[in-house]
Design a protein around this ligand. Structure first.
Ligand code: FES
Ligand code: FES
Length: 156
């Protein structure tokens, strides 16, 4: 959809109310980065493959490059900017980041996993992280960082 028509979209962003008049076809990733100035979420593939754009929608990780912003209406959106810096420590210490392009998405998924450790009863950390691609380091450092962060040695 394109053209001059806009629609009002209201949602919670990192715990604060947001009200925007936007093109209904605009992607949430673009709204976050270019309208709201939250540039932590990155664009990698733009096709839902790499996870660099991961944000939470009502607590669940989603690829914001695939979500039209109007779908955020009435929902709670959380971005990498909502993650406390101390949550990054284990990822950085494990060598899980080099160029950093994937890191925001990796951290979002890893922090979500940390909130849901029960997932490790049925999935490995690698499986949970499969939607976050890293061209630099691969998964070893990432999984190590998750292990350290969760203090769950051997379960990932
Ligand atoms: S940029 Fe969204 S999944 Fe790659
Ligand atoms: S650190 Fe470069 S893509 Fe992951």
């Amino acid at each position: 959809m394109s053209g001059d028509a806009t629609m009002r979209v209201e949602f919670a962003l990192n715990g604060r109310p947001v009200s925007l008049d936007i093109d209904p076809a605009e992607r949430l990733l673009d709204t976050l980065r270019y309208t709201l100035g939250l540039t932590g979420s990155k664009e990698g593939c733009g096709e839902g493959e790499c996870g660099a754009c991961t944000v939470y929608m009502d607590g669940l990780p989603v690829n914001s490059c695939l979500v039209p912003t109007f779908q955020a209406r009435g929902r709670a959106i959380e971005t990498i900017e909502s993650i406390p810096p101390e949550s990054l420590g284990a990822m950085l210490a494990s060598g899980a980041t080099q160029c950093g392009a994937c890191t925001p998405g990796v951290v979002m998924t890893a922090c979500w996993l940390r909130k849901h450790p029960e997932l490790l009863k049925t999935h490995t950390a690698r499986e949970v992280m499969a939607g976050n691609l890293c061209r630099c380091t691969g998964y070893d450092g990432i999984v190590d960082g998750i292990r350290d962060a969760m203090n769950e040695k051997g379960t990932a």
